[in-house]
Design a protein around this ligand. Structure first.
Ligand code: MIC
Ligand code: SF4
Length: 635
């Protein structure tokens, strides 16, 4: 008798006890990387000296860094292609689609574990895979056959009943959960969906929900594998990979009830996916830009909703509307059935199948603009325009707004379109298979690919300044922004480090260097959002030794440990108030204090002192003392 999560974890458990809160080590069956985190992950994999990957399946996708404004991104694509051939990895070429969508369509399997160097890896939970996002280094270790360590999460059961009514969609289900729980409501938890309502949702709809579970801070989200999953895999000509997977117990740590028939169209308002309100609250507000796409909402169903709603109509003259198909599969399908023609003739701007505007690679809105997107994140500045306001909605709401020019409940525009299921277009010719023996493949390294910075073991005494003090819910987009200008530097740590905190404190990199490094002080849920380990490596390069925060987002905390930056947690959160930027903090006997789990910090400037917890597993303690995972594995 177990839940789906417990069944999968039990089958993959290598170390530890499955008790919520304690560290477990699991076997990883599949890995995925994307280009923006992949270059670093493969540099790390290379450094490990393994001849080949040791997983059932590893796939390297190119979907983020697609604007080729100079040589850098194209060089990275070639690097990734050559690494894949050398080490036995499938390579999904630029143009084949967004990693999560392609993985769901072609590779994700019920009951398997998947580790991906991208926070939206849980998308594969839509077919009952236990899919977790992690830093590149964790994925590199897993590619080498190594154990993946995580804190055993609490398992939250989300009981779905009823059926979505017209104009409400899967996006609204996850937005409703975000409304209830906010962006840290899922930290340390897996969200497992169950109940009669599950069968009413298609796999891509389930994947929209598990995808954006990342915004709850959840470890992952998962659906059971049932007849709907079987049909989906059959259609993908992968029926043989289906296995039934159902909870036979409701022994969840917590149960959330959700009546699908009561879900209304929702909107996440600026600047957080957790800032959710019903669409009715915003009706009448003028909009400048609408974009439909991203790994959350660009499935065949989502594109067809758009096509049906747009057929014979024109985009409002004050709106720029772009559409970004999630994969080459669905792009080909709408091209083949004529839907694309309806979309084009409405005045839509069609982009290539990739992350694109979701990661600020183009389509930045005008200054002070109001942009409405079907994406999963609306952090300030992420769209490329700092003073723009980004709103997150379902495809049906997005298209209604694109037609009307302002926020509107889509039901006001007519009858709900009927979408017929179509057989997917299957053509894996843009997924390159590695040769049997790749040992003679030469790795192609462009001039933008720089080696990793050197990592030193942890000092015994530390006396340094607080370089910055941040508020709550700081995202890795704040720490290490993305976008068309900065993303191409992902394989060049010295260059990218000049942009650390550039959205909130452009002087930070200069100050950190002048002061010879120091501390970061953060609030609650520090480091939420993207899995980018650059949010740890670049601060490390600038000399950051420790981050003291009230509480943590899972992936970023692991990334700090992986690169030898010590994450310390205020024992008494009120001590946060007594610290200011520029204060000199002193820690003595740092190494032994970390071993004991308690670190006393003296604020030399204020003449006060406070205690912090080094809330780390025994293995993580060894890793930070050695100055990071790479040193640790070497010794
Ligand atoms: C994102 O959505 O923020 C990204 C870009 O996909 C990131 C990965 C990255 O920063 O490269 C993520 O979600 O992990
Ligand atoms: Fe790409 Fe956006 Fe999905 Fe991240 S959230 S993987 S940037 S589409």
């Amino acid at each position: 008798m177990a839940t789906v999560t417990e069944k999968i974890l039990k089958e993959h458990l290598k170390e530890g006890k499955m008790e919520a809160g304690s560290e477990i080590g699991i076997k990883i069956d599949q890995t995925l990387t994307q280009d923006a985190t992949g270059t670093m992950a493969y540099l790390e994999f290379e450094a490990m000296g393994k001849p080949k990957v040791d997983t059932e399946l590893s796939v390297s996708y190119v979907d983020h860094n697609m604007l080729q404004t100079d040589f850098k991104n194209a060089d990275d694509h070639d690097y990734l292609k050559s690494v894949a051939a050398k080490y036995g990895i499938l390579f999904s070429r630029a143009g084949n689609g967004i990693c999560h969508q392609v993985h769901l369509e072609r590779f994700a399997r019920p009951g398997k574990t998947l580790l991906g160097s991208d926070s939206h890896t849980p998308t594969a939970g839509g077919v009952g895979s236990l899919a977790i996002g992690a830093g590149g280094l964790d994925v590199a270790v897993a590619m080498g056959g190594g154990t993946f360590y995580l804190t055993m999460p609490k398992i939250v059961g989300v009981r779905l009943k009823g059926k979505l009514k017209p104009w409400s969609s899967a996006k609204d289900v996850i937005l409703e959960l975000l409304r209830r729980l906010d962006v840290k409501g899922g930290v340390g938890k897996v969200f497992e969906y169950f109940g009669e309502g599950v069968a009413t949702l298609s796999v891509p709809e389930r994947a929209t929900i598990t995808n954006m579970g990342a915004e709850l801070g959840a470890t992952t989200s998962v659906f059971p594998s049932d007849e709907v999953t079987k049909k989906y895999l059959d259609d993908q000509q992968r029926g043989g990979q289906w296995a039934e997977l159902k909870a036979d117990s409701e022994n969840y740590d917590e149960i959330i009830e959700m009546d699908l028939s009561a879900v209304e169209p929702m909107v996440a308002k600026p600047h957080s996916p957790g800032n959710v309100a019903p669409i009715t609250e915003l009706e009448g507000k003028k909009v400048n830009q609408v974009i439909l796409g991203s790994c959350t909402n660009s499935s065949f169903r989502d594109l067809m909703i758009a096509a049906k709603m747009l057929k014979g109509k024109k985009i409002h003259p004050d709106i720029s509307f772009s559409l970004v198909p999630g994969s080459r599969q669905v792009y080909s399908m709408i091209a083949g059935n004529g839907a694309l023609a309806d979309i084009i003739s409405s005045g839509a701007r069609i982009l290539e199948s990739a992350c694109g505007p979701c990661i600020g690679m183009g389509q930045a809105p005008r200054s002070g603009g109001i942009t409405v997107r079907t994406f999963n994140r609306n952090f300030q500045g992420r769209c490329g325009t700092k003073d723009a306001e980004a709103y997150l909605v379902s495809p049906e709401v997005a298209v209604a707004i694109a037609l009307k020019g302002e926020f509107i409940h889509p039901a006001k525009l007519g009858a709900y379109p009927e979408i017929e299921n179509e057989k997917p277009f299957i053509d894996d010719s843009m997924i390159m298979k590695p040769p049997k023996d790749g040992s003679s493949v030469e790795i192609i390294r462009g001039p933008n690919i720089k080696p990793l910075p050197e990592m030193k073991s942890l000092e015994e005494e530390l006396k340094k300044e607080v370089l910055i003090k941040t508020g709550d819910n700081i995202t890795t987009d704040h720490i290490m922004p993305a976008g068309a200008q900065i993303l191409p530097l992902r394989s060049n740590i010295p260059a990218i480090s000049a942009f650390v905190f550039s959205q909130i404190d452009p002087e930070f990199p200069k100050r950190a260097k002048e002061k010879g490094g120091g501390f970061i002080v953060g609030g609650d849920n520090y480091g939420q959002g993207s899995s980018r380990e650059h949010a740890a490596i670049a601060p490390l390069y600038l000399g950051v030794k420790a981050v003291i925060a009230k509480s943590w987002a899972r992936i970023h905390k692991s990334n700090l440990v992986n690169f030898g930056i010590v994450p310390l947690t205020f024992e008494n959160p009120a001590d946060y108030d007594s610290i200011e930027q520029g204060d000199v903090l002193e820690i003595s006997d740092f190494r032994s204090a970390i071993r004991k789990g308690q670190v006393a910090v003296k604020n030399v400037t204020k003449g006060t002192s406070f205690t912090t917890k080094a809330d780390l597993s025994g293995r993580a303690v060894d890793v930070v003392l050695e100055g990071g995972e790479i040193n640790y594995t070497k010794r």
